[in-house]
Design a protein around this ligand. Sequence first.
Ligand code: HPA
Length: 247
Amino acid sequence: MNFNKIAIIGGTGLTQLNELEIDSERVIETPLGPTSGKVTEGRWHGRDIVFLARHGHPHSVPPHKINYRANLLALQQCGVDAMVAVNAVGGITPAMVSGHIALPHQVIDYTWGRESTYFDGEFKPLDHIDLTHPYDETLRQLLLAAANESNLVVSPTCVYGATQGPRLETIAEISRMERDGCDLVGMTGMPEAALARELGIPYASVCLVVNPAAGKADGEITMDEIRAVLNGGMEQVKEVLSSLLKG
Ligand code: HPA
């Protein structure tokens, strides 16, 4: 594999990585404020890993209050040369059933009011980065190969729609997102992907579908239903990460 030190950004259902042989666990101060929680450095399958729980551990920081800029800056300070994000999402299009794993290749950002750039004229001078392909294709292909290695059926391409949360969506919002071309809906994919690009660090996401999006199944979406899928699903996500690191 062409990467030496990989950051794993854990999402809902992955707030710690028990498999890690821990070297250090520390708070990292950044010029842009605190991260969501402690940054853990260690080894998994003999590879250098930096783990950060996006919502903190225990899970407490809501999607719109995450200091994405500080999180990614801290990971950069640790010297990572790739970032793999894990995201729990709702499924919009028919293939995106609960338990399914998908590797987005595109994103649409519906979030608002988040600190979403380093190039704000304060932290760094204004600049406009290219985001034509928001996810790193080399890293995506490595994840796809890792999933195949684990005999998991994954969607190799799909469009992630990032919503503000923390509430879930209305049926009309999901219909609009589907018309826009979104396959998945989640609350944390942006500005994370854009910030990684601003830092120049290859970034890709492994998405686990944990519920049908609003209106895509009978009844309402319950946290119980989501939790039931998360438990087994994250084990599969970890298998993909394992295969990636062994490769
Ligand atoms: N909508 C937005 N974010 C989500 C969902 C959803 O249905 N499920 C998990 N994260």
